[in-house]
Structure formats: structure tokens, C-alpha cells
Design a protein around this ligand. Structure first.
Ligand SMILES: NC(=O)c1ccc[n+]([C@@H]2O[C@H](COP(=O)([O-])OP(=O)(O)OC[C@H]3O[C@@H](n4cnc5c(N)ncnc54)[C@H](OP(=O)(O)O)[C@@H]3O)[C@@H](O)[C@H]2O)c1
Length: 261
């Protein structure tokens, strides 16, 4: 063990985008890291770079999180190494832009499995250890689309609405166990997400696009401050205000245009 800071952060989906950025920012704070994703080459390259730059321990775990059994095995492997997670960044997820009826059912259900079932399993399993310790922090990565159903993102926005509702309920429920639960709701950001989701980047989305660093910094700050949820960036915050202040048919039409036009 290299790190003097005994606090471990587990980051799912650490091989690119927000997950990779979370790894950099938590490493900069001196936390040791468990990095999880499927692309082992990317995880190893990231781990080597972080070990060189910071005096921390970095463990990489190649896991397909869409299998709940693999999540249970990951937890067991970490327990065998006496690694107890203090901060869980539940970030892995993917989207799919497609008319509902044109999408392959397998692809739709795989997204539900990762974005909903796996996120629930990871939270349930690692929060048990946090309850035993009487402390812990969990960040759930949802989306701005959690606030409304968006045309051609029907299942993705429904999955992210689940994440936001789960996070809101657990925020209160787990507080009494000493566990902070915060939900991060990013808008369009410059990660591998759009390519993986076969998403079209419309001119409006290009204008609204955020870089991963400020999104991740906002998530870490909100978790540290014990907030229930956070929407990073002024334009995304303005969108949420518009959703509260306007009838559903109107903001749905506006968002549908922004996301698809
Ligand atoms: N970027 C945006 O505009 C945006 C906006 C709102 C919310 N989000 C949310 O932000 C989160 C992170 O996405 P991102 O934007 O950083 O996109 P990304 O660059 O595509 O990263 C997604 C990460 O999830 C991992 N992943 C995907 N399927 C997995 C599986 N079955 N098992 C394990 N890991 C898996 C990927 O790693 P491997 O492929 O190596 O497994 C990758 O590390 C997602 O939950 C996404 O819904 C993104």
C-alpha cells in the first residue's frame, strides 16, 4: 500500500468520460482508487498514469456490470484484499438514441440492465458495508433527461428518472446510517457517451456541451456538501427552471427539438 490516505473510492465506468475524470480528481485529493469497466487496456493505462502522478493505490477491475453476479464477485474480490469502499461513484451507463419501435429489443433491455438493475445492485451491495462502518458516500450519475421523457430517448430518459428517484429516496433513507447519497444530473457533455449512444450532436447541443472536468467537480462538491442532487452548469440549471415553470407539452417540445433537430 502506497497511500497514506486509507480512503478508497470505487468508480464504475472509469475507462472513459466522466469516470476517467472522477479518477483524476479523486487521485488529486489523495484517495486510493478501484477503477471498474470492461476495457482493461484503458483502465491499465489510466492506473499507470495516476500511480506515477500521485502517491495512491490504484486497483483495476475488469467487470461487465450488466451481470449482477459479476458485481457480487467484484465485491468479494475486494473484501479478500481488505478493501472497503468509502466513496462509491456509480457512473457506468450508456444511452441509445432511436425511435422506440426501431431499436433492437436486446439493445434496449441491455441498457435497462446496466443503467437501472446494475446501478441498483452496486448501490445495494456496497452500501451494506457503509452501513456496518456507519459512514460512506454514494454518487449516482443520472442525467438532465431524468426530468422528462424525451422523444427518441424514451427508455434512456425513463432509466435516468429511475436513478434520480432512487437517489432522492436513498438520500433521506440512508442519512440515518451515516451514508450520504447525492445524484448528479449532467446535461450534454463531451465524453464517449454520444458515440456509444449513436447520438446525433445537433447545433443546439453543441452550444450547450460541457467538458467533463466541471461536471465532475460539481458532483464531488455536492457529494462532499451532502446535497440531495446537483445539475451542473448554468444552461442546464436554466433548463430545469424552464421545466418547473412551463407546461409539460411545451418543455417536452423544446427538448425534443434540442435533442433531435
Ligand atoms: N456525456 C453526456 O452527455 C452525459 C449526460 C448525462 C448523463 N451521462 C451519464 O454519465 C455516465 C457516464 O457516461 P460518459 O458520458 O462518461 O460516457 P462514456 O465516456 O461512454 O463512459 C461510459 C463508461 O461506462 C462504462 N460501461 C459501459 N457499459 C459497461 C458495462 N456493461 N460494464 C462496465 N462498464 C460499462 C464504459 O466502459 P467500458 O466500455 O470500458 O466498459 C465507460 O467507462 C453514464 O451513466 C451516462 O448515462 C452522460
Amino acid at each position: 500500500m502506497v497511500s497514506k490516505n486509507n480512503s478508497w473510492v470505487l468508480i464504475t465506468g472509469a475507462s472513459s468520460g466522466f469516470g476517467e475524470e472522477f479518477a483524476h480528481q479523486y487521485a488529486g485529493q489523495g484517495h486510493s482508487l478501484v477503477l471498474v469497466a470492461r476495457r482493461m487496456d484503458r483502465l491499465q493505462t489510466l492506473a499507470e498514469a495516476l500511480r506515477k502522478q500521485y502517491p495512491i493505490d490504484v486497483v483495476v477491475e475488469q467487470v461487465d456490470l450488466s451481470e449482477v453476479a459479476a458485481v457480487i464477485q467484484l465485491h468479494e474480490r475486494l473484501r479478500e484484499r481488505d478493501i472497503v469502499i468509502d466513496i462509491l461513484i456509480n457512473n457506468a451507463g450508456h444511452g441509445l438514441q432511436s425511435p422506440f419501435l426501431d431499436a433492437k429489443l436486446d439493445a434496449v433491455l441491455a441498457m435497462v440492465q446496466l443503467d437501472v438493475a446494475s446501478l441498483t445492485a452496486v448501490t445495494h451491495i456496497f452500501a451494506q458495508d457503509m452501513r456496518k462502518q456507519g459512514r460512506g458516500k454514494i454518487l449516482l450519475v443520472a442525467s438532465l433527461l431524468a426530468y422528462q421523457g424525451v422523444q427518441n430517448f424514451a427508455v434512456y430518459s425513463a432509466a435516468k428518472a429511475y436513478v434520480l428517484r432512487l437517489g432522492e429516496a436513498l438520500h433521506r433513507e440512508l442519512k440515518r446510517e451515516g451514508i450520504t447519497v447525492t445524484t448528479l444530473c449532467p446535461g450534454m457533455s463531451d465524453t464517449g457517451f454520444a458515440a456509444a449512444a449513436q447520438q446525433k450532436i445537433t447545433p443546439a447541443l453543441k452550444l450547450l456541451m460541457m467538458q467533463p472536468a466541471p461536471v465532475v467537480a460539481a458532483g464531488i462538491r455536492a457529494l462532499q456538501a451532502g446535497r440531495i442532487s446537483v445539475v451542473p452548469g448554468w444552461a442546464n440549471k436554466a433548463s430545469v427552471i424552464l421545466m418547473w415553470a412551463s407546461p409539460r407539452w411545451l418543455h417536452q417540445a423544446i427538448f425534443s427539438h434540442i435533442m433531435n433537430a
